[in-house]
Design a protein around this ligand. Structure first.
Ligand code: PLP
Length: 283
């Protein structure tokens, strides 16, 4: 059984409790982060902590503790759970208060962390095969740059994708792809990597920032701009990035094969570089 962290205590997962009045539960009034773990170490932790601070500040919530204390909890959970490969999920809620739409004053923030062990995550068979994508209208709220726990629409989208025999969905707004249900979306055409520009329409992926930096170091051209589904279907390659999937090749979009229908060389190379650098720099 896992040991999880809840509001100051390390407890067995079946003894962890939060209030029914917690605003994360009642209003999705909470933000989260998912940090990858490779060889028992945290990938890109400072960047996740910085995005967490930004998400909190956009919702008028403070950081509940210094970054160093958050890091210590992450590390303690890795140790206590013998986590080698997988993720750590962290959620901060505004806290428990009598149910009222107005933000309460003085509620004590909720802090929950748990581990998810995924042995073989870095060597996932899906990365050798590539994944299949369907597209859906993007019906999420307008501040997707804030990493809130209101994940119902992405959850519906991924479920719908699976029901259609695909692996995941990309969401489309005003004719352009925004992002995947839980990842950022990319295409490659003539050795140029194209991915939507940052803004309120997408989450500013930590993996996205790292991969774009690595792509430029590898002398690849990067264009940050919107692209259409038709452009994606005519691309040489496609892929997604996230803290838990790293760089994942996409081989089919709405039934159309991308390139040769197998993971492309650039996506494959970026995955290798990303994993290598993440292993070297994880803390
Ligand atoms: N976009 C969305 C909607 C996400 O939910 C996620 C990750 O959960 C990402 C992008 C990728 O972000 P990151 O690379 O920080 O995991």
């Amino acid at each position: 059984m896992r040991t999880v962290y809840v509001n100051g205590d390390y407890v067995p997962e079946d003894q962890a409790k939060i209030s029914v009045f917690d605003r994360g539960f009642l209003f999705a009034d909470a933000v989260y982060e998912v940090t990858g773990v490779l060889e028992g170490k945290l990938v890109d932790f400072p960047a996740h902590a910085a995005r967490l601070a930004r998400s909190l500040s956009e919702l008028d919530m403070p950081m509940p503790m210094p970054e160093a204390d958050l890091l210590a909890i992450h590390r303690e959970l890795v140790t206590r759970n013998g986590l080698e490969e997988g993720m750590i999920y962290l959620q901060i809620t505004r806290g428990a208060a009598d149910r009222d739409f107005v933000f309460p004053k003085g509620a004590e923030q909720g802090v929950v962390l748990f581990t998810q062990s995924v042995p073989g995550l870095a060597d996932a068979p899906a990365a050798r095969r590539g994944i299949r994508i369907v597209t859906l209208p993007d019906r999420r709220w307008g501040r997707r740059d804030i990493k809130t726990v209101q994940l119902l629409y992405p959850s519906m989208g991924k479920t719908a994708a699976k029901a259609q025999g695909a692996d995941d969905a990309w969401m489309v707004e005003d004719g352009h792809v925004t992002e995947g249900t839980s990842n950022n979306a990319y295409i490659v055409k003539d050795r140029t990597i194209i991915t939507r520009h940052l803004g309120e329409e997408i989450l500013h992926g930590i993996t996205r920032a790292a991969v774009l930096r690595m792509a430029e170091e590898a002398q690849l051209k990067v264009e940050e701009r919107p692209f259409t589904v038709a452009e994606a279907q005519a691309a040489d390659e496609a892929f997604v990035t996230s803290a838990s999937a790293f760089v994942m090749p996409v081989v089919e979009i709405d039934g159309t094969r991308i390139g040769s229908g197998t993971p492309g060389p650039i996506a494959t190379r970026l995955r290798e570089i990303y994993l290598e650098e993440s292993r070297a720099n994880a803390i």
